[in-house]
Design a protein around this ligand. Structure first.
Ligand SMILES: [Zn+2]
Length: 214
């Protein structure tokens, strides 16, 4: 089995890149989604995760690694995975290496999306979210047909506090602090491929495809 790790700050276009990999047969593993599923199904890991989250704590490395172990343990030799939101810590990265080794898989590469902070702030602060159905628009790239109203239900669109410039700066600071050790770790292994995420969606797609050798 083959694994690719996708690293990139919020607003760098990880969704676009994940789509390219999905088209190439990679299963997109988002730890956020996995966690919601485990909690919903009330699995032992899900119950433990919910306790921690209700307590205002981060989900532990053990829980996250446990979820990934369950997936890799069921996978076949031909399976290909794109990890998004995992690993987030050095301990998780080392665990991924061990799991891949245990299940006969390999880490093909780590794709790191590079994007200047100011561009990320510009992208995210242009987002408008429907207060009713949650559809996301962008004032420049994907505007609603009628200003500040949702196309689906004509409800008001708002700038989520998560997307406001000051909050984005804080999120980027936290992201850099958390991922710096990971980037060092993977750089030491020569596994990182950097993709310029400041380019247009089409150019980013092509850069990702080129790296895949297709
Ligand atoms: Zn709506």
């Amino acid at each position: 089995m083959t694994a690719i790790v996708l690293l990139g700050p919020p607003g760098a276009g990880k969704g676009t890149v994940a789509e390219v990999f999905s088209e190439k047969g990679y299963t997109h593993i988002s730890t956020g989604e996995l966690l919601r599923e485990e909690i919903l199904q009330e699995t032992p890991l899900g119950v433990e995760a919910k306790l921690r989250l209700d307590d205002g704590k981060f989900v532990s490395d053990e829980i996250v690694v446990g979820m990934i172990r369950n997936i890799l343990g069921k996978a076949g030799a031909a399976d290909k995975f794109l990890f998004d939101g995992f690993p987030r810590t050095l301990i998780q990265a080392e665990s991924l290496d061990r799991l891949l080794h245990e299940f006969g898989g390999r880490l093909a590469e780590v794709v790191q999306l590079d994007c200047p902070d100011e561009l990320i702030i510009k992208r995210l602060s242009g987002r408008r979210t429907c207060t009713e159905c949650g559809t996301v628009y962008h004032i420049a790239y994907n505007p609603p047909s009628c200003a500040d109203k949702c196309d689906n239900d004509a409800c008001d669109l708002q700038l989520r506090s998560d997307d406001a410039p000051d909050t984005v700066r804080k999120r980027l600071g936290i992201y850099k602090e958390r991922t710096a050790p990971l980037i060092d770790y993977y750089q030491g292994k020569g596994a990182i491929r950097r993709v310029d995420a400041s380019l247009s969606i089409e150019e980013v797609r092509n850069a990702v495809l080129e790296g895949l050798g297709t």
